[in-house]
Design a protein around this ligand. Structure first.
Ligand SMILES: Nc1ncnc2c1ncn2[C@@H]1O[C@H](COP(=O)(O)OP(=O)(O)OP(=O)(O)O)[C@@H](O)[C@H]1O
Length: 791
């Protein structure tokens, strides 16, 4: 091999950049293919998960471009919100509470800008054909304006409200979060059996949250539980705290968990919240916003949740209230960013009201084509399981500010005018008075929006960035991983429904995830990653993309060296095949042939157009892995092993006989099929495809293979096909005979004795003996093809 794959790949990245190959030229809607590309969060390093899922989108973008579409394939970064804040905290050690808002925002901007520059290089390096020269970021004034304007649209539509309502809170990140950001996690914990009393009688309840005892507002049992039927309606005394709570019945209580009697606290978990709402129970908050115990927690006041848990068990033990403790493993709702168990609070928060739209979300989900189709079910399960309106306010700093002030005199909410956007009420003074009482005493909303409240608008943000929203919305395709169906896919479909009563794109293509060696999804922020550069140095980016094409959409994958090796071998094989054609061509110019005469050329052109048709069908069905498998077989077996080997003696013989038409026709055919192969590989392995294209010297080439046309020319020569296919079966038989005689395919043998259709084999005697290195061939008639060799 004399190709430096890394150098070759870097050369083409520079070339595509210089020639602006991926610039989008607007055209009529039916000529455009618009893609909603995932803007990665600025939260760490690019990893092999990205070099798997992004190429899946790029395969389609490149294919559609070669099919003649003007492909709108923008690039963007999602660089506002909690992921970026946490990244900045990790990188600098500076917490938002250590500095003022403006200073911290400045730091977040500075760090995300420099981080974006290096991340961008990574995405270019894996051969993405996005338009990188002008990308959007979700923290730009333009994106903030759109996000705030859509917020005002929600206000106009009555779809947003601020209310004192239960909200989910992460004590570590010190912010409210939404249901979307929760993740179930199996955790080890202690189930503590505690004695309450009903008069003289003990009533044992079991709980995993003993520190919440001060918030206990009721004890619940199942109405069918005979053990407690006589207690329903009575009062139980809470140990240590001494207050009395009602014993109530609800069918949701699991008789088999613990003792079948449970305490309801405000709020230990979702179940507490449900019962609290259903029975209008009192409210007692014993954990504050920062995860510290409050006054209500009595002797636990000021402790952290975990310390409080230890302490209360000690106190209960001392008082003789603990019956037993059991180690259990149970599922806990945690914050997906940091893994901390969530808490439930009552706070004033902004919510998008959408629970009443669940049916419409399902209906719109069904108007979208899902690839693979079964991912729609995941989406629907998520929608059906929604229990909360979408909480969009966050008590953080680096996010899109709410365009809102409150009147300190009458409590009215004052919204910014559209013309003032983007606005940061934390920094900017309002331009108007309270529209209810005329007061100028306005105080800003200090919360910011959840990052998904903005990234759910990416079709609008990306298209508006180029002034194309009205022309190309809804878009044609959204590509993304299945890890964020409930985040990004769902929120985008929801926002499109609410704002525009439309679907955001006609198709969504969901790719699988790359897992680390422990079976966890690789993730930037968690840091459990394999860096892309170490793999590119070893195998090249084409090989990484080849690996990405080895599984179907939606399927998960691990890092397997053999897949990268196969990809790299294919790159080298293509390079060598092209080199062989160069040698056979010598210094002749390629002449174009409308029609070819030699049966071997007629056969390969027939096979070529057949396979291209198959590949095209797979690509049209978004089945890239099937297309690539078919192409691999054609390229390795049919084209390299058979056709290129067959034409060596053909060209040699024709040259010796001065038959330059046959030489030119064969050189043309070999180059043409090589070009088709390069074009068909181009969406998957764009670098080697460009290398072949640019060096093959075929007339009529464009600036790049990636803007040339897809190979769909149909040439069918049925006469030659039957004949040469038969000869290919003879070649296979002689190769098998050589292998049975333990001689390598390239080793010369003295005699080969071949049985079959004598007249036909005779016609190809020279080709067979030249190609298979046979000194003398004995040919006999026979029904089935059979061969023996004598070294
Ligand atoms: N391990 C992975 N395998 C496949 N695709 C992934 C993987 N991780 C992220 N992606 C995809 O990359 C795109 C951008 O994701 P994102 O920037 O959130 O990456 P991330 O590593 O998960 O970051 P974070 O840790 O901040 O969540 C999404 O489409 C996502 O599905």
């Amino acid at each position: 091999m004399d190709i430096d794959v890394n150098q070759m790949e870097e050369k083409w990245i520079r070339y595509w950049d210089e020639k602006d190959v991926y610039r989008f030229e607007p055209a009529d809607r039916d000529k455009v293919f618009a893609i909603d590309t995932p803007p990665p969060t600025v939260s760490g390093k690019m990893h092999m998960g990205h070099s798997f899922s992004y190429p899946h989108i790029d395969f389609i973008a490149r294919y559609k471009r070669m099919r003649g579409y003007h492909v709108f394939f923008p690039w963007g970064f999602d660089d506002n919100g909690l992921p970026t804040e946490r990244y900045v905290e990790k990188e600098t050690g500076i917490k938002p509470s250590d500095s003022n808002v403006e200073e911290f925002i400045r730091l977040c901007k500075e760090i995300s800008e420099s981080s974006e520059k290096s991340l961008l290089e990574g995405w270019k390096r894996i051969g993405m054909s996005c338009y990188f020269k002008d990308y959007y970021v979700t923290s730009s004034p333009e994106s903030i304006r759109i996000s705030q304007s859509m917020f005002l649209d929600l206000v106009r539509k009555g779809r947003v409200y601020r209310d004192l309502a239960p909200s989910i809170r992460c004590p570590t990140c010190k912010t409210s979060i939404s249901q979307i950001e929760m993740k179930d996690q199996e955790m080890h914990t202690k189930l503590v059996y505690i004695n309450f009393s009903v008069g003289d009688r003990p009533l044992t309840i079991a709980t995993t949250r003993p520190e919440m005892l001060g918030s206990c507002v009721a004890v619940f049992v199942n109405p069918d539980d005979a053990r407690y039927r006589d207690l329903i309606g009575k009062e139980a005394t809470v140990p240590i705290f001494g207050n009395h709570v009602r014993i109530m019945a609800d069918a949701s209580v699991d008789m088999n968990f613990g003792t079948g009697a449970e305490m309801v606290c405000t709020f230990g978990d979702q179940n507490d919240l449900d019962l609290w709402k259903k029975y209008n129970l009192p409210l007692k908050i014993s954990i504050d916003k920062d995860g510290r115990m409050t006054e209500e927690a009595g002797p636990l006041k000021g402790l952290s949740i975990s310390d409080a848990r230890k302490k209360i068990v000690e106190i209960l033990r001392e008082g003789g209230h603990v019956v037993k403790e059991e180690s259990i493993k149970h599922s806990v709702n945690t914050h997906e960013r940091c893994g901390t168990p969530i808490e439930i609070f009552i706070e004033k928060q902004w919510f998008i009201k959408y629970l009443d739209l669940k049916d419409a979300f399902i209906e719109n989900g069904r108007k979208i084509e899902w690839t693979p189709e079964y991912m729609r079910v995941r989406y629907e399960n998520w929608v059906n399981g929604l229990k909360w309106d979408w909480l969009i306010s966050r008590q953080r700093y680096y996010g899109v500010p709410f365009p809102v002030w409150y009147c300190a005199d009458c409590g009215n909410t004052v919204y910014a005018d559209e013309s003032e956007l983007p606005v940061d009420p934390r920094i900017q003074k309002p331009s108007k008075k309270c529209d209810r009482c005329g007061s100028t005493n306005l105080v800003p909303e200090r919360d910011v929006m959840d990052t998904w409240a903005t990234s759910s608008l990416t079709p609008r943000i990306a298209l508006t960035h180029f002034g194309l929203f009205d022309k190309y919305y809804p878009e044609d395709l959204r590509g993304q991983g299945h890890d964020i169906i409930s985040f990004w896919a769902f929120t985008t479909i929801a926002r499109s429904k609410i704002h525009d009563d439309r679907i955001p794109w006609f198709r969504i293509m969901i790719s699988g995830n790359v897992y680390d060696m422990y079976g966890e999804k690789m993730s930037k922020s968690k840091g459990n990653i394999v860096d892309i550069y170490s793999m590119i140095d070893k195998y090249g980016a084409d090989a990484l993309r080849f690996w990405a094409s080895t599984v179907s959409q939606g399927d998960d994958i691990r890092i397997k060296d053999q897949d990268f090796t196969r990809g790299r071998r294919t790159v080298i094989k293509m390079y060598n095949a092209k080199k062989l054609i160069d040698i056979l061509k010598g210094d002749r110019k390629i002449r174009l042939f409308e029609d070819v005469k030699h049966p071997v050329n007629r056969w390969i052109l027939t096979e070529d157009s057949r396979i291209m048709e198959t590949i095209t069908t797979h690509m049209d069905n978004y089945e890239v892995s099937k297309a690539r498998t078919a192409l691999d077989t054609f390229f390795w077996n049919v084209f390299c092993d058979n056709y290129l080997e067959m034409i060596k003696p053909i060209i040699q013989k024709a040259s010796a006989a001065g038959d330059y038409d046959t030489v030119d026709e064969t050189v043309y055919t070999a180059s043409k099929v090589m070009l088709d192969v390069a074009k068909a590989y181009a969406p998957i392995m764009p670098f080697i495809a460009e290398e072949i294209y640019q060096t093959i010297d075929f007339p009529g080439r464009k600036i790049s293979i990636h803007v040339d046309s897809w190979p769909d020319e149909k040439r069918r020569y049925s006469d030659a096909n039957e004949e040469v296919s038969y000869i290919v079966s003879v070649i296979d038989a002689i190769r098998s005979a050589k292998s049975a005689a333990k001689v390598s395919v390239g080793t010369r043998v003295k005699v080969a004795s071949v049985k079959g259709r004598k007249d036909l084999i005779e016609k190809y005697r020279d080709l067979l003996s030249g190609m298979l290195r046979i000194d003398s061939m004995e040919i006999a008639d026979g029904d089935a093809v059979d061969a023996t060799v004598f070294p």
